[in-house]
Design a protein around this ligand. Structure first.
Ligand code: ADP
Ligand code: MG
Length: 447
C-alpha cells in the first residue's frame, strides 16, 4: 500500500465542487492522501473532527478544501484557521489561494509583526477566510475588526505545537468566544490526552480520525542517522558534512538563537550561501528568508524551532539536528521538513557523549533505529584551550583520588606477604582485609 496516497480515490469522490477539483489538479495533485480521503468527505458534511497524520501528508488541503467548499462568497469571516507561526499563516493562506483560485473566495493571512493599520485595512474588505496566529486574531477581535459571530468553520492546525508554545489560554479564549453553532476541526501530527480533552470540550460529537497505527511517526523515506561529536567540534563537523553530503538545500536546527547566529556566521565565513531564521528577527527579514527558502534560492538555512513545524518547502534534502532537542516530539517535527511529497531525504543528528539517553528517547518515540555514521576521513578536532585546561584539571584530580585510595588499602608488610603460601586456600595470599560484606570482621566460630 502506498504510504501517503490513496490511489483508489480521486478528489471528485470526496464531495468537492468541480471548481475546487480542477484547481487541485492544476496544483499537480492526482490522488488524495490518506488523511485527505478520510477527513474531507466528513468535513464537507459539517462534522466536527479530530484528525491526525504524520508530517508532510497533506493536512493543509485536508482542512483547507472543506473550508473552501463550505464557505460562500457572500459570507465574510466564515472560515477561521488558527496556526502557530506567522510563516505558517502565510504558507497556508498561499496554498488555500491556489486551491480556491476558481471559487472567488477571499483569503487573508493575519499575523503578528505586520502593521496593524495595514491589516485593519485588509480586514475592512471583509475577507471570507482568515488564516491567523492566535495573539493577533485576539487583538484584531478586541479592536472590533475581526468578528467571531460569523464563523462557520473553525480550524486548529498543528494543535500539538500550539500547546507546546503556550497558546493554550489563547486557544481556549478564542474557541470559547465562538458561541453560536459552528463546525470545528483540529489537525495535528501527534495527539495527546490534552488535545483529546480540548476536542471534547470545544467540539460537538467529534469524529476521531486519529491513526491507530501511529507507532511510526516519521515517514520511512527519511533516512535517519547520527554522528557522535564533542560539543566544541560541531561547527567543524558541520562544515565537513556539508562538503561530503553535497545537499541541494539544508535545514539546520539549533537550540538557541545565539547558536543559530553563530553557526550561520561560521558557514558564511566559509563561503556558504546561508540565511538564519529565528523569532528575534525582524518580520520583514523573516519573510524574505522564507521567500528564498521557498524558491530554493539559498544553500543552507540555520533555524530555531520556529521553522520546525508546518513549513513545507520542496527539495530540503538534508535536515541537521545540530543540537538534539530535549523533547523527542520536536525531533520528529524537525525531520519532517525533508522527504515531503514522497521524496527522499536525510536527517542527521549531532549527538554529544552525554546525549545517548536522549537519542534512545527519540528511537523509542519514532520506533526507528537511528544508525550511526562515522566520517572516517574527518579527523576529530583539537579541543579549545579552555576545555583542555579543564580536562587536565579533572584528570589531575582523578589521579590524585586514585593514588589516595590505593594508599589507604591494607597492605601487608613485605615479610608477611612472603609467608608460606601453602597456608592459604589455593595458595593465594590476601593483599587486603576481608570485604565489607562480612561487616569488616572475620567470622568467629561462636555461632
Ligand atoms: P502536513 O501539514 O501534513 O505536514 P502539508 O499540508 O504541508 O503537510 O503538505 C505537504 C506537501 O504535500 C505540500 O507541498 C502539499 O502541496 C503536498 N500535497 C498535499 N496533498 C497532496 C496530494 N494529494 N498530492 C500531491 N501533493 C500533495
Ligand atoms: Mg501542516
Amino acid at each position: 500500500m502506498n504510504e501517503i496516497f490513496d490511489s483508489q480515490t480521486t478528489f471528485k469522490d470526496l464531495g468537492l465542487s468541480d471548481e475546487i477539483c480542477r484547481a487541485v489538479e492544476d496544483c499537480g495533485f492526482e490522488h488524495p492522501t490518506h488523511i485527505q480521503s478520510k477527513l474531507i468527505p466528513e468535513a464537507v458534511k459539517g462534522h466536527d473532527i479530530l484528525g491526525q497524520s504524520k508530517t508532510g501528508t497533506g493536512k493543509t488541503a485536508a482542512f483547507g478544501l472543506p473550508i473552501l467548499q463550505r464557505v460562500e462568497k457572500n459570507e465574510p469571516f466564515a472560515g477561521l484557521a488558527l496556526v502557530p507561526t506567522r510563516e505558517l499563516a502565510i504558507q497556508v493562506a498561499r496554498e488555500m489561494e491556489k486551491f480556491g483560485a476558481k471559487t472567488g473566495l477571499s483569503i487573508l493571512p493575519v499575523y503578528g509583526g505586520q502593521k496593524i493599520t495595514v491589516q485593519a485595512r485588509k480586514l475592512e474588505r471583509k475577507p471570507n477566510i482568515i488564516i491567523c496566529t492566535p495573539g493577533r486574531v485576539m487583538d484584531m477581535n478586541n479592536r472590533g475588526l475581526l468578528p467571531y459571530n460569523k464563523v462557520k468553520i473553525a480550524v486548529l492546525d498543528e494543535v500539538d505545537r500550539m500547546l507546546d508554545i503556550g497558546f493554550r489560554e489563547d486557544i481556549r479564549r478564542i474557541l470559547g468566544s465562538i458561541k453560536h453553532k459552528h463546525q470545528t476541526v483540529f489537525v495535528s501530527a501527534t495527539i495527546s490526552p490534552e488535545i483529546e480533552k480540548l476536542a471534547r470540550q470545544y467540539m460537538n460529537k467529534p469524529m476521531d480520525l486519529t491513526a491507530n497505527d501511529a507507532k511510526q511517526l516519521t515517514v520511512s523515506q527519511v533516512e535517519q542517522s547520527y554522528v557522535a561529536v564533542e560539543p566544541w567540534d560541531k561547527r567543524r563537523l558541520l562544515r565537513f558534512l556539508l562538503k561530503k553530503e553535497k545537499p541541494e538545500l539544508t535545514l539546520i536546527f539549533c537550540r538557541t538563537k545565539m547558536t543559530v547566529d553563530r553557526v550561520a556566521e561560521d558557514l558564511k565565513r566559509n563561503g556558504k550561501d546561508v540565511e538564519s531564521l529565528h523569532a528575534d528577527m525582524h518580520q520583514g527579514k523573516r519573510n524574505s528568508v522564507m521567500k528564498r527558502l521557498r524558491e530554493g534560492n539559498v544553500d543552507v538555512i540555520v533555524a530555531s524551532d520556529l521553522a520546525a513545524r508546518g513549513i513545507d518547502v520542496d527539495n530540503i534534502n538534508l535536515v541537521v539536528n545540530y543540537d538534539l532537542p530535549e523533547d523527542p516530539d520536536i525531533y520528529v517535527h524537525r525531520i519532517g521538513r525533508t522527504a515531503r511529497r514522497g521524496r527522499d531525504g536525510k536527517a542527521i543528528a549531532f549527538v554529544t557523549p552525554e546525549q545517548g539517553p536522549l537519542l534512545s528517547k527519540v528511537e523509542q518515540l519514532t520506533n526507528v533505529e537511528v544508525t550511526q555514521v562515522a566520517y572516517d576521513d574527518c579527523e576529530p578536532g583539537k579541543p579549545p584551550e579552555k576545555i583542555r585546561q579543564a580536562r587536565a584539571k579533572e584528570q589531575a584530580a582523578a589521579d590524585q583520588h586514585r593514588e589516595k585510595k590505593s594508599r589507604s588499602k591494607i597492605q601487608l608488610p613485605d615479610a608477611e606477604a612472603q609467608q608460606d603460601t601453602s597456608k592459604f586456600p589455593g595458595g593465594i595470599v590476601p593483599v587486603s582485609g576481608p570485604k565489607k560484606r562480612l561487616g569488616g570482621r572475620l567470622r568467629t566460630r561462636r555461632s
